[in-house]
Design a protein around this ligand. Structure first.
Ligand code: MLT
Length: 263
């Protein structure tokens, strides 16, 4: 589905009814990465999955930032008439945006699900890596970014044995555009450190992710869950960075249990 938010076209998916649960995708994906949740959790919540600016059916913005992405989420909630506080779930870059959404619109947040993400900002070395990736995208296109990232997206055993899932993840990444990718790299590079924010988030929070995540290692997930005053942790065996796609049943069960605990 598509609408206009802040004068630009914005794509989104919606499913189910009841308490709102916003699903914010990671980089370099779009809302389609939430397919197993949009089907598997539709009986548990009103699911809203935006395409971030420059991804899927959403137009690019000249200067992307986590703030611009968070504003898009807020604009979509307004458009859909979601005024009650929502559970905000973000995977990886989506988690960085969930922190930014909390900073800006905490009255709209009922709880957080932080999936395969990190609270820390980029190190200097990681910032240089963002520049290199942006140059790669500009010079060689989206396929080069997909090829670079693919081996780190899934648990090593899955990567070597599940050709169908590997192909699916590659196709999801290949749907991106150079413009959207370069903008997101800049937004992630410039994001603030949210480590100090964790102790101030006095809301139910679930930290969930793959035990074998190579991008947001389990130690970081464990640290976030410890720092959050109402934090819970669910580590998913046999999953890497895209735990929602790699082990969708375990991921959905974790989210479902978290939602039930809030009733
Ligand atoms: C993501 O999955 O959203 C990105 O890999 C996060 C990052 O590069 O920091």
């Amino acid at each position: 589905m598509q609408t206009i938010i802040d004068g630009r076209s914005a794509g989104y998916a919606e499913a189910g009814q009841g308490r709102p649960l916003v699903l914010i995708h990671g980089y370099p994906f779009d809302r389609k990465m939430w397919e197993p949740q949009l089907t598997g959790l539709a009986d548990a919540a009103h699911l809203i999955a935006p395409d971030l600016w420059g991804f899927g059916e959403s137009a690019p913005v000249p200067q992307a930032s986590l703030g611009a992405y968070a504003d898009l989420v807020r604009g979509l909630m307004d458009y859909l008439g979601v005024t009650q506080p929502a559970v905000i779930c973000g995977l990886s870059m989506g988690g960085y945006i969930a922190f930014e959404f909390y900073r800006r619109y905490r009255e709209r947040v009922a709880g957080l699900i932080l999936a395969d993400t990190r609270a820390a900002a980029d190190s200097e070395e990681q910032k240089v890596g963002r520049e290199r990736s942006a140059a790669l995208a500009r010079e060689k296109g989206v396929s080069a970014i997909a090829a670079q990232m693919l081996p780190r997206m899934l648990a090593p055993a899955t990567y070597h044995s599940n050709a169908r899932l590997v192909e699916q993840v590659a196709q999801l990444m290949m749907a991106g555009t150079v413009e959207g990718i370069v903008a997101a790299l800049g937004a992630m590079r410039d994001r603030p450190d949210s480590t100090g924010l964790l102790t101030q988030i006095r809301l139910p929070a679930l930290v969930i992710g793959g035990e074998e995540d190579q991008i947001s290692p389990r130690q970081e997930l464990e640290g976030m869950a410890r720092a959050l005053p109402q934090g819970r942790l669910k580590l998913i065996p046999g999953a890497g960075h895209l735990s929602n796609l790699e082990q969708p049943d375990a991921f959905n069960a974790g989210v479902r249990e978290f939602l039930q605990q809030q009733k």
